[in-house]
Design a protein around this ligand. Sequence first.
Ligand code: UDP
Length: 454
Amino acid sequence: MENRAEKRRIVLVPVTAQGHVTPMMQLGEALQLKGFSITVAQRQFKQISSSLQHVPGFDFVTILESLPQSESKKVGPAEILMKLNKTSEASFKECISQLLLQQGNDIACIIYDKLMYFCEAAAKEFNLPSVIFSSSSATIQVCYSVLSKLNAEKFLTDMKDPEMQDKVLEGLHPLRYRDLPTSGFGPLETLLEMCREVVNTRTASAIIINTANCLESSSLSRLQQELEISVYPLDPLHITASLPGPSLLQEDMSCVGWLNKQKPRSVIYISLGSKAHMETKELLEMAWGLANSNQPFLWVFRPGSILGSNGIESLPEEISKMVSERGYIVKWAPQIEVLGHPAVGGFWSHCGWNSILESISEGVPMICRPFQGEQKLNAMYVESVWRIGIQVGGEVERGGVERDVKRLMMDEEGADMRERALDLKEKLKASVRSGGSSYNASTSCIIRIIRMNT
Ligand code: UDP
């Protein structure tokens, strides 16, 4: 197989945000190991672009887009995304045309993040095969499909009826209509329009999803039934990757030394991922709750993640003193290493999909504090489907934080969650071993890409 892939180039088009870029670069690495050359076509985007350039052996080209900065401040994320897709199309065609001239027509395939659907126009124009990549769950993909078929006005009226709110989505128990990820994108009508664009597979040949059968078998079979193209669940990509993905911020490795001094499974690790923000009030309640629980904690205070505060230094003195006495603070952690450390017994997470996969891969149970729609759905899976965590709903207050931390870290209930998380960890590991479901999907996917142009 390796010989046939030699000198064939794959163009990857990620969304330049941490949670999207990491799994796509890991996919790139897996394809490179099979003999493909990798070119990453990326939009110009702050720090992540420069950290991407350090991925060894990949080539990089830039997609210029003409969306003025002022535009992106005026509208919601769904509208920005659709505008970006419009303004990037011509530049991406130009990129592909240049690549084809330089490399003598050897592009095997374009693999693009599902949100970068502008790529399909270039694939069609140059008659190149294309594959969609989804860095979020298969269930989110199914929800986008459900949303794409809704009428905004009717949906808003239906959602006033409690019976309709609680109606379970067909084949997706326990998901109800009220759980559909509609928050955080701007007006509903624009979100539905975005979903219609994102679920439209156009001329793509397949979709790769960063998930595994053992996690989402019913969503995967529903997708396979609905779509007319092949669905390949390839997770966990980070288990097979030899390098950590590119990092938005410099990882502070000193926390590993601190973890080395803690008792096994005693530490709760806290991180909100790369984008979520927290109010200062919530942070104070969390800090007191953690202190009262008496569990040591490792807390990622990403710069800018606390609204109205410059970080731990600007908090009231008694809080920052207490936090530094009982816990360890970093601006950015080597998360996969932290979750795999024997001292870590629980993960307080915003429930980004990568964080969930990384936690499950290490058998670490979770406390879920989701912020927006997709994360809420992920949290529901953690709590109610896999039963490996606790969801914090409503306002965060210190008594609740203390109780939840104790439930997870000290009670029998938490021990059961850990056992189930460890069981899932084994299933994930088995899925990437020879003959496992992700291994088989990856083999079929690569054979498919090789055959696309031969
Ligand atoms: N991450 C990290 N160090 C940190 C916090 C997060 O390396 O201190 C990584 C984490 O391992 C994950 C990614 O950032 O791969 C966050 O992606 P996720 O999908 O969980 O959330 P998002 O940032 O997209 O909201």
